[in-house]
Ligand binder design. Structure first.
Ligand SMILES: [Fe+2]
Length: 312
C-alpha cells in the first residue's frame, strides 16, 4: 500500500466534490517521480503518439494563436530545458494510466478518492502530465469528462467559470460533443469577474463540476501538473442528453430541456446512440479537428525555443 496522495480531505470536501470547486492538498510535489531527472527520462520514453507539443500567443482571447509543433528527436533533457527557457506546452497524455513509474501513483489516487467519496465511480480514468513554460497559458475551454488537477511545480493562475449560460451555452457544448468544435468555447474577458480564481502552488489539488469552463495562466517557473479525466455514469448520461439535443438541433428542432432523468432523457440517450452509429457508418464523424496541423519545430537554439515551419 502506497502513502495516500491527498492529505487533508474531509467531509466538507466530500460533500462538495464534483458539485462545486474543491481545493485540497496532495503530496506529489515531494515525490521523486517529479524531479528534473525523472521528468527528462519520462519525456524520452513516453510514446510520441501520446505527446502534444504546442505554443500560443499572449492574448487570452486569441485562441487561434494555439498551434501544434514537432519535437523531432530531441532528448527528454533537451525538451525540459526548451520548456524552461521557451514558450511551450507539452501534454504527455495517459502517462498516469500507462507508464509503469507513474501508474502506482494514479491507482493510489483513484482508490483513495473512491474510498473518500463512495458515490464516485470511475468507468474509465486517464491521467496526463502537463509540462509548460513560465509564460504559457491554456485558453478558455470546457472538458467533456470529469476533470481535476494536481499541481506539482511552478505557479499558475486557474480560473473556473460556472457550467451554464452565458459562460457555457448549450449549443457550444453540443458542438464539442458533435466534434464540430474542439473543446474551445466562446470567451468574454469580462467573465473573469465571475470566475473562481485560484493561484496554484506546488501541492495544490483542484476539482470543479463537469463541463465548467476554465482557463489557466502560468505565473512563474517551469510548470508541472497532473490532469485527470474521468468518465462516470453521470458524465455519460449528461453528455448523451446534450449530444441528442445537438442531433435534434441538426434536424431543425430546438431542444427545450437538458433534463437528465425521465422518459425524455431515456429517449434522448437512444437518439444519441443512433446518431453516433449513423455518423460512424457514413464516415461523417471521421473528419479531423481544426488546429491539428503542425506549424513549428521545437528548436533549442531559437527564441521561445521554436522555429516556424514555412507555410505550404
Ligand atoms: Fe481542461
Amino acid at each position: 500500500m502506497t502513502d495516500p496522495v491527498l492529505i487533508d480531505w474531509n467531509d466538507e470536501k466530500s460533500a462538495e466534490f464534483r458539485q462545486g470547486v474543491i481545493q485540497a492538498r496532495h503530496r506529489l510535489h515531494r515525490a521523486p517521480e517529479f524531479t528534473d531527472l525523472s521528468l527528462a527520462a519520462l519525456l524520452s520514453r513516453h510514446s510520441r503518439e501520446l505527446c502534444d507539443f504546442c505554443t500560443m500567443g499572449e492574448d487570452p482571447a486569441d485562441r487561434d494563436s494555439w498551434r501544434a509543433g514537432d519535437a523531432g528527436d530531441l532528448s527528454g533533457q533537451e525538451l525540459l530545458e526548451a520548456v524552461r527557457a521557451g514558450k511551450l506546452w507539452i501534454n504527455l497524455r495517459e502517462v498516469m494510466n500507462v507508464d509503469p513509474v507513474f501508474k502506482p501513483l494514479f491507482s493510489g489516487l483513484l482508490s483513495q478518492l473512491k474510498q473518500l467519496n463512495p458515490s464516485f465511480n470511475p468507468l474509465r480514468a486517464y491521467g496526463g502530465i502537463l509540462i509548460s513554460s513560465p509564460r504559457a497559458q491554456v485558453f478558455y475551454h470546457s472538458d467533456v469528462s470529469e476533470t481535476f488537477l494536481l499541481h506539482v511545480r511552478g505557479q499558475k493562475r486557474f480560473r473556473i467559470y460556472p457550467p451554464r449560460a452565458p459562460w457555457l451555452e448549450d449549443q457550444a457544448l453540443e458542438d464539442i460533443l458533435h466534434k464540430d468544435q474542439t473543446e474551445d468555447v466562446p470567451y468574454d474577458p469580462a467573465w473573469d469577474a465571475d470566475a473562481a480564481q485560484i493561484d496554484l502552488e506546488p501541492g495544490d489539488f483542484v476539482s470543479w463540476p463537469l463541463h465548467a469552463p476554465h482557463r489557466v495562466e502560468n505565473l512563474e517557473g517551469l510548470n508541472v501538473s497532473v490532469t485527470c479525466e474521468i468518465v462516470t455514469k453521470e458524465s455519460m448520461v449528461k453528455n448523451g442528453v446534450h449530444h441528442a439535443n445537438g442531433a435534434l438541433r441538426r434536424m431543425g428542432w430546438t431542444p427545450k430541456s437538458a433534463k437528465l432523468t425521465g422518459a425524455e432523457a431515456y429517449a434522448k440517450l437512444a437518439l444519441s446512440k443512433v446518431w453516433k452509429g449513423w455518423t460512424k457508418l457514413s464516415g461523417a464523424g471521421a473528419r479531423p479537428l481544426p488546429k491539428s496541423e503542425t506549424t513549428f519545430d521545437v528548436d533549442t537554439n531559437a527564441e521561445d525555443r521554436l522555429r516556424d515551419r514555412a507555410a505550404a
